[in-house]
Design a protein around this ligand. Sequence first.
Ligand SMILES: C[S@@+](CC[C@H](N)C(=O)[O-])C[C@H]1O[C@@H](n2cnc3c(N)ncnc32)[C@H](O)[C@@H]1O
Length: 495
Amino acid sequence: MLTPLPADPQPLREFFDEANYTHEQFRRNPTLRDLPSRRLGNLPVLLERTSQPTALHTLIRWFFLGLPLETKSYEGLVPPAIVSFLTGCGMLVRDGDRLSPTVMLTPCDGFLFAADPASRLESPEASDMVLWPNPSTRLLQMFTMRRPAQAMLDLGAGCGIQGILAAAHSRQVVATDLNPRATQFAAFNAWLNGVRNVECLTGDTFEPVTGRAFDLITANPPFFVTPSSDQMYCENSMELDDYCRRLVGEAPRHLVDNGYLQMTFEWVQVRGQAWQDRLAGWLENTGCDGWVLRSYAREAASYAEERIGRMMPWSKESAATRFDEWMAYYRARQVEEVHGGLLALRRREGRNWVRIEEVASLDLTEPFGDAVLELFASQDVLETDRSREQMLRWKPKLPPEARLEQQLHVAGGEWVPAAAKLVRPMGLPASLALEPDVADFLKNCDGSRTLYELSQQLAGRLKIDPEHVQEQCCAVVRKLVERRLLLVLPTENGA
Ligand SMILES: C[S@@+](CC[C@H](N)C(=O)[O-])C[C@H]1O[C@@H](n2cnc3c(N)ncnc32)[C@H](O)[C@@H]1O
């Protein structure tokens, strides 16, 4: 049983840090790429790679590989004070001459997160498993906006990572989970990381926060689209994607004005509908503006194969039976594809907008929470300023990280410019092919001049009808703002 101790765990964190049990190490070290798995049969190689007696290898064997260690293998490498800290709070338990880990520890951006060891996934106790930070955790983490919040809700907190990371920019965080083991882990991890403004509550969805409203809600819910509901960390008891729909429907009541819900999710595409159709229905009349970014799509059979492989990596026979059940479930409900991505909702009075789009790939090495706020601000402007007169008052600005990628080809023995592309790399990437004239025009978009001034200048230089230039400039700038390649701020009236 994990128990936060009265003592400050800072010496423990420092020891892990000095031993190099860090995020950077996990990113670089090939030993830490694959968890030990019966299917991969990779334990012997992992043991070989951690055979040198070092503090790091000891910590990896305990808290990544989940192995018990005899006294002689950790003595002299892990100081007795650290061992008694680890046993005192329950991360290690004594078993004769051996110390066995009860948790897996994942370093993430300077924090350490305890979760269930991987071996639990292959045991009959997998159903209330508390998962370690994984790719969907990272996706939500990178997507989350980091503006200051009074109150933040981490719904379906698991080991508490989203709430604990948000605690740095929130006055108060509430971390909730249906699984009481998860809220225990979240409270433990808050203590382990010296974070004090996290309240952990157990209960279904919004039930633990009835009557409360938040500036920010994040959720990485159990969104797998499956016919079963036994694995709480990834499945839910509702039909298809109804649980995610329920979150979208209920969240607005728990958001303050200008408060955001940000979540990872999946939804289905059924026969006769486009992938966007179902979402449009979810986002109607929520009292919120909504943005969905689809980042993947799988045909039903590939989805089932991939997900089952991840949920039950150890058993080929039961995986085959499951596959048949899943496909029968999809067929009966006419599910052709499963789509996944990100959703942001912002509560706002007035006429709301919805934007549904897709992205080819997301770079999870860079946070892109700021891009979310920027997108909402730009979309507000696009919605309100539709006439040419309004748009001419915009002061467009090229984002500082935008790059023009120019290709050259050989003509007449010389390299001459061919295609050009405006690119916004990192985080939430964007790009668009540009004509040379447009690229030239964009040089001057530094946020100091109105589109009217910029188009007059261009018309003068090219000696063509200013009306025509204005029309062209408005169309191009609007498209670039829609694609997140130009920024516009709301204009003051009459500016
Ligand atoms: C995919 S995990 C996300 C954990 C963590 N937030 C993260 O980002 O890694 C989903 C979490 O939702 C919890 N959960 C499942 N059903 C729930 C419900 N009805 N209400 C609240 N939490 C739920 C699970 O126990 C699990 O911890």
